[in-house]
Design a protein around this ligand. Sequence first.
Ligand code: SAH
Ligand code: F3S
Length: 477
Amino acid sequence: MEKVIDESVQGNSLSTKNKKANTRKLYIESYGCAMNFSDSEIVASILANEGFNTTQKLEDADLVLVNTCSIREKAELTIRKRLEKFNAVKRTRPHLKVGVLGCMAERLKSKFLEEEKIVDMVVGPDAYKDLPNLIKEIDQGRNAINVILSKEETYGDIAPVRLNTNGISAYVSITRGCDNMCTFCVVPFTRGRERSREPQSILEEISDLWNRGYKEITLLGQNVDSYLWYGGGLKKDFNQATDIQKATAVNFSKLLEMTAIAQPKMRIRFSTSNPQDLTLDVIKTMSTYDNICNHIHLPVQSGSDRILKEMNRLHTRAEYFKLIDNIRNIIPDCGISQDIIAGFPTETEEDHKDTLSLLEYVKYDFGYMYSYSERPGTMAARKLEDDVPEADKKRRLAEIIALQRQHSGYRLQQRVGKVDEVLIEGESKRSSEHWMGRNSQNSVVVFPKENSVIGEFVNVKIEDCTTGTLLGSIVKK
Ligand code: SAH
Ligand code: F3S
């Protein structure tokens, strides 16, 4: 999922108070998870107030920012290569400044400035409000760094500048950080402790998006289902909250309901769900409100109880199956997707077979599958030897992907003959006479345009499918 995004700015509701004249150009590139893409929109908003317009042309840039990902070694290597490219550009344009944001900034901290002379500025995920000061520093020829993690920062007061937008779908972040400490994962180290954003600011952002023509939002968090607002503060400190705070606290199912009621025509998605935190209440709320999409991204990582334990995933295989059964009972046509890691330390062929049999049981609609990549500083790196040979990791991953592909085909095939509501997102990549959009389950649907327009909801009769796409035609509502 390491993708690159450039930025074309859509109008935003940014306060123009204290805004400086737009005289400089910012080129920002994002890698990794949806949260990084969402954060880049916050950064663009903060810098718009400092006089920076975004540009999609590197050659026009005065400032290059790279919002980085540390989740796997390969992501970091890709970004390092990209930084070398920016260094080459700098040699021809000495006034150009380069900053590193996000998880690599947090993980490597001042090492970036010491070892990689190419970088002028290093800013961790909780320090973006300090960017105006940091930029003053680099303007005066000094290096600048802020990698302090915060207990409060949620950027709830910042109206993001929507980058690279289709004007239809937007991310709205609702929690930051993660308290889960899965042993393979670097995120708790790079993004800090979990905290939730004030519900009113979430509702206001969504209302503003609706007023600007957006039709779909995705509530974002590393673990959205553990959202908990009780007046601010870390999730882990909730026990010390006052009785009033506890009585008026808003959990994820409540927030989902508030959002669905406040914006009855907006499509609502959310990601990512951690199995241990996805409650029956959330599933019931999904089934109660038509505008909440029937899709749950529910990473499992492994089908083996022993490996789940080594990973510090706080549920068993049987509990996961129970959750899947509950989802299917309450929302029979719910799309379910996964993340899986192949070749976690100590994984045997037996464990791997457990993963394959779990896949067989669930038959996910789609998934994101990776081979294990040891991340320095994590519990797994400290306690376990990365002992599964690379060839085995690769083969196991290939087997998982092949099986998932079969299941994706099976799930798509099951929709043939049905009529799905589709939100039109844009033109099909293959044909200018076809639109592409998604159904509630998050599957891509392609169909002839007829008289419909981008942003419209249409009913599409599903007539056929390819390996990853549903094909159909519009029917009258
Ligand atoms: N809760 C997060 C998970 C972030 S990481 C979310 O919002 O998506 C995304 C996925 O990357 C994880 O679910 C896991 O499958 C994978 N991943 C994380 N650390 C990894 C590692 N060290 N090696 C391989 N894959 C990893
Ligand atoms: Fe990472 Fe586990 Fe949190 S995968 S982001 S530590 S839920």
